[in-house]
Design a protein around this ligand. Structure first.
Ligand code: GLV
Ligand code: MN
Ligand code: MN
Length: 427
């Protein structure tokens, strides 16, 4: 490799925004779904055939670049470009390529493909780094098919035993995670948790909320991730005739599900500030117009940047569920699907992202992440930070999710320059 010895040379390098955009479009064609106004979204739930196709495409690109590709026992894929120092730990970037069932083309995919673009830029310009540079995509970040979310990165850092993860049952079908991994050919030979932690991890992601767009800011400097609490409530009552059963005799799980939904909305007002609450799934059986439901299964997603307040919200929910169960004579089984405390990223790496974005001439704003990310797991084992780009209309987990090509390129350039500094340009 021709080493770039002039400090300013590497500072002037930029990604090829068009090449990155074309890859986002190409990956988005796998599992593509169209919206009513021609929007193009994506349905690649974790470990489905569509996920396999997406994985095959991206690992193919990784191999085309001559990278060393490893697949671990939970299906995480890491592609590495060597550095000049054989003993140095790699600087890692990455994200996920699974989507929710009604997802967009950018959530997760941007971070993986921008990482690939950074590496292709280094290859094309013959820039050597002292440390290896890796780009990863982690299994089942969304948690939409197999809870919890950030599963692959959680196992990668040793936060959940591999065997426990492989045994997780799907929320909506009768698949087992480990079987699906084998079925799609991504139960890899490499150990998980990983043998060694990266030197640092920096992830580029779309904001998925309205703040950057509202304020006209190009680069979000992410200081941390809010706490996440997912609970599944299985409510059992008594199925009965809708016309003949007096209200006093009803044991109606549908009513209780609705009351919980209303309650958590009220809770967000009561805990005014950062508290958010969502009932995203309501599954009522038998789901018929003239039958009082026999069961209702719902999920409650509570999040807060403040752990103490999140605990208050969880306790309030528990108390209200118990009160409703008694009042309506239904039984409720509660199961935690995910629980992650708020995470603070490494202040030095956060400051590096901020300074780098500003040096490149972009407006910046510090903010917490409202969504969960693989970065919050990597933060357990190495200095970690994230870069956000704006989301049009603040939309995500929606097929209309969009980020402009200019913002995609800006984010990838901040990623490139940040990784170059962390990986030490060789001289
Ligand atoms: C998952 O990534 C989430 O934030 O829901
Ligand atoms: Mn994501
Ligand atoms: Mn997502």
């Amino acid at each position: 490799l021709a080493l770039m010895t002039d400090w300013h040379d590497w500072q002037d390098t930029r990604v090829d925004g068009e090449r990155l955009w074309n890859r986002i479009v190409a990956l988005g064609e796998i599992g593509a779904i169209a919206g009513p106004n021609g929007e193009l979204g994506c349905a690649r739930l974790a470990l489905t055939d569509a996920d396999r196709e997406g994985r095959d495409l991206v690992t193919g690109w990784m191999r085309d670049l001559g990278l060393t590709v490893t697949i671990d026992a939970i299906g995480n894929v890491v592609a590495t470009r060597p550095g000049t120092d054989p003993r140095a730990a790699a600087v890692m970037t990455g994200s996920h390529i699974d989507t929710v069932a009604t997802g967009g083309r950018f959530d997760g995919n941007l971070g993986v493909l921008a990482g690939l673009e950074v590496i292709e830029t280094l290859e094309t310009l013959d820039i050597a780094t002292r440390r290896p540079v890796s780009v990863a995509f982690f299994t089942d970040e969304e948690g939409a098919r197999f809870a919890p979310d950030m599963l692959g990165s959680l196992v990668y850092v040793g936060g959940m035993a591999l065997e426990e993860a492989l045994d997780i049952a799907a929320t909506d079908d009768d698949a087992r995670l480990g079987d699906e991994l084998v079925r799609i050919g991504y139960a890899g030979p490499f150990p998980c948790p990983a043998a060694a932690a990266p030197h640092a991890y920096v992830e580029l992601h779309i904001e998925q909320g309205p703040i950057l767009e509202d304020e006209g800011v190009t680069i979000g400097v992410v200081e941390g991730v809010q706490g996440i609490s997912w609970t599944e409530l299985a409510i059992t009552g008594r199925s009965a005739h809708a016309g003949t059963t007096p209200m006093r005799l009803r044991r109606d799980p549908g009513f209780v599900a609705a009351a919980i939904t209303t309650f958590v909305r009220g809770l967000t007002k009561q805990l005014a500030g950062a508290q958010v609450a969502t009932v995203g799934r309501i599954d009522v059986r038998p789901n018929l117009v003239n039958v009082v439901p026999a069961t209702a299964t719902i999920t409650v997603d509570l999040r807060n940047t403040d752990e103490a307040t999140l605990v208050v919200a969880e306790r309030a929910l528990d108390a209200e569920v118990a009160r409703l169960a008694e009042a309506e004579s239904v039984s409720v089984t509660s199961r935690s699907l995910a629980r992650f405390e708020p995470v603070e990223f490494d202040p030095v790496t956060v400051a590096l992202v901020e300074a780098t974005a500003q040096r490149l001439g972009y407006s910046t704003r510090r903010l917490p992440s409202g969504a969960g990310h693989d970065a919050q797991m990597l933060a357990r084992v190495c200095p970690t930070a994230m870069i956000f780009t704006p989301s049009v209309d603040g939309l995500s987990h929606n097929i209309a999710e969009h980020t402009t090509p200019e913002d995609v390129t800006a984010g990838a350039n901040v990623l490139l320059q940040t990784l170059l500094q962390l990986a030490d340009v060789a001289d």
